[in-house]
Design a protein around this ligand. Structure first.
Ligand code: DC
Length: 225
């Protein structure tokens, strides 16, 4: 069997990675692996146990109690299973965004999740998004793309997305994004950074169709679609 194709998408919070990756995966018939959801699941677990995401002693003590599974439904939607429970609908809160960013800084957490991510890419054609996919998880990915946009554009997009359902405060969202950018780029282990062989795509001035078209062009340079 030919080696599966892997497309690594990294970038800061709110750059549009998941929206774009999900759509592309559907079009290409690939698995979409949202690695942020895995870190969110870890954050949720420790939140339920009342352990702070900064408390490395508490995390070390309880981490063996955690089992994480990734499942896909018939629509190709990724589900996060925490100790046998589907927590997919519980992990998308702003509070868990921050906690995932903090908990993901610990080596013990990152080590636990590495094989799970790599196994997905060994078995299937994947579009995998996160912060360290091109640099650490899949250093030999077939295609690497670094998606970015200004913090203001990212905050605006997120505000509009949330505002469809609930109250959204642009200034608070911008502050959260800037704080997460700082944490994710300044941690010691696997910080968010562009891999040397990654192609940078700034989506600030593009709509979703524009980003998809640009991504397809980048992918087509390496893969026959
Ligand atoms: O992509 P996201 O917003 O769902 O990710 C939540 C947090 O998880 C992010 O702020 C940092 C962490 N994360 C990570 O450290 N490495 C990844 N590959 C993906 C996410």
């Amino acid at each position: 069997m030919a080696k599966p194709i892997s497309i690594a998408i990294d970038g800061p919070a709110g750059a549009g990675k998941s929206t774009i990756a999900r759509r592309l995966a559907k079009e290409l018939g690939f698995y979409y692996v949202d690695t942020g959801a895995i870190y969110r699941t870890v954050a949720y677990f420790f939140d339920l146990w009342g352990v702070s995401p900064k408390d490395i002693d508490g995390i070390t003590r309880y981490i063996d109690e955690l089992t994480i599974g990734i499942e896909y439904d018939d629509e190709g939607v990724q589900h996060m299973i925490m100790n046998g429970m589907d927590v997919t609908g519980d992990i998308r809160t702003p509070d868990l965004s921050q906690k995932a960013s903090l908990v993901s800084a610990h080596a013990i957490v990152r080590d636990l999740l590495l094989d799970m991510q790599r196994e997905m890419a060994e078995k299937h054609n994947v579009i995998m998004d996160g912060r360290d996919i091109g640099t650490v998880v899949l250093p030999k990915a077939t295609v690497k793309i670094f998606l970015t946009a200004t913090p203001e554009v990212r905050a605006k997009r997120r505000t509009e997305l949330i505002a469809k359902g609930q109250k959204a405060d642009y200034n608070k969202i911008l502050k959260d994004i800037q704080q997460r950018d700082y944490q994710d780029t300044h941690r010691e282990i696997a910080p968010l950074k562009m891999a040397r062989d990654s192609v940078k795509l700034d989506t600030s001035e593009l709509d979703i169709d524009g980003v998809i078209a640009a991504m397809k062009e980048i992918i087509a340079r390496k893969v026959t679609l």
